[in-house]
Design a binder for this molecule. Structure first.
Ligand SMILES: C[S@@+](CC[C@H](N)C(=O)[O-])C[C@H]1O[C@@H](n2cnc3c(N)ncnc32)[C@H](O)[C@@H]1O
Length: 274
């Protein structure tokens, strides 16, 4: 048994995302946003950064510091609701909570690295930086096990037909025209692929006949017949009594939810008969 290794962060990330659920699962290259790695003073890190500016990309090795536990089996956000061994995933719930990200390096400014989009939340401690070297690090033809299978399934058209009831259609149209809120395309994509309960896709069973899917601050209630998903109604994610509470002003789409509840106070999807 080796002794434990103590690591000290070399710096912290300043990134636009404060909450874990806002951060990307992996950096999205198309995102415009940038992030900054600010290295700590007093450690000669300015010298350690010499010669890095010529690299387009660097590896960050960092701490999932917002997590305190790990799980041997985890439920990946994409693909079927199937748990996978954590070592076959990039899940943050690992025995040693280390993340790796090959991030775009835009500029080096003394102890500050100006970086492209990232999947770290603001304030994440970083332990190490290494140059990304395509000749060592990129193997585009390497198999990716269950992830290849999920990608192949996602490339196929969805297996389920999704129908919106007249009520759900009216509600969706009202949200679009009055509030510029439109989660329907993403909801259709998810439901047409797989409407079965899933934690990260926020699909839950509400009763023997009804399921719900969470879409941001909203929910849709649906039933299932053979291979057809019938969306009965849309609902607010929060009930009126929460939306009116003090300290709930920051709830996403709060004004729209209040206006929605004024029009459809009964959240009828929950009780519609078969
Ligand atoms: C799927 S992990 C992948 C991380 C890294 N690219 C990797 O492959 O090791 C990315 C997720 O980690 C979560 N995350 C980001 N920063 C975190 C932090 N400091 N502590 C805990 N979770 C974090 C966010 O939810 C983000 O979507």
């Amino acid at each position: 048994m080796h002794p434990a290794l103590t690591l000290q962060p070399i710096g912290h990330i300043c990134a636009p995302k404060q909450l874990k659920f806002q951060a990307r699962h992996q950096p999205a290259e198309a995102d415009e946003e940038s992030s900054v790695l600010e290295l700590l003073p007093g450690h000669d890190y300015e010298q350690a950064l010499a010669d890095l500016a010529g690299f387009d990309r660097i590896w960050l090795i960092w701490w999932f510091h917002r997590n305190s536990n790990w799980r041997p089996l985890v439920l990946p956000p994409r693909g079927p609701a199937q748990r996978r061994g954590v070592f076959s995933t990039r899940s943050p719930y690992r025995p040693n909570p280390l993340g790796i990200t090959p991030i775009r390096l835009l500029r080096v400014e003394k102890r500050r690295l100006i970086l492209g989009p990232c999947d770290l939340v603001d304030g994440t401690p970083v332990f190490d930086i290494k140059p990304y070297v395509a000749a060592f690090d990129a193997f585009p033809d390497a198999r990716a096990g269950w992830i290849d299978e999920v990608d192949a399934a996602l490339a196929q058209p969805g297996r389920f037909t999704v129908e919106l009831s007249p009520l759900a259609n009216t509600q969706a149209e009202w949200l679009r025209t009055h509030w510029d809120i439109d989660f329907i395309p993403r909801m259709l994509e998810l439901l047409s692929r797989d409407p079965s309960p899933h934690r990260t896709r926020r699909i839950k069973r509400r009763s023997p006949e009804l399921w719900t899917i969470g879409c941001g601050a909203w929910r849709a209630v649906f039933g299932l017949r053979d291979e057809t998903v019938q969306v009965r109604a849309l609902e607010t994610g929060y009930p009126m009594r929460f939306l009116l509470r003090e300290n709930y002003e920051q709830v996403p789409d709060r004004e729209a939810q209040l206006a929605f509840l004024a029009l459809w106070p009964d959240q009828p999807g929950a009780t519609l008969p078969e």
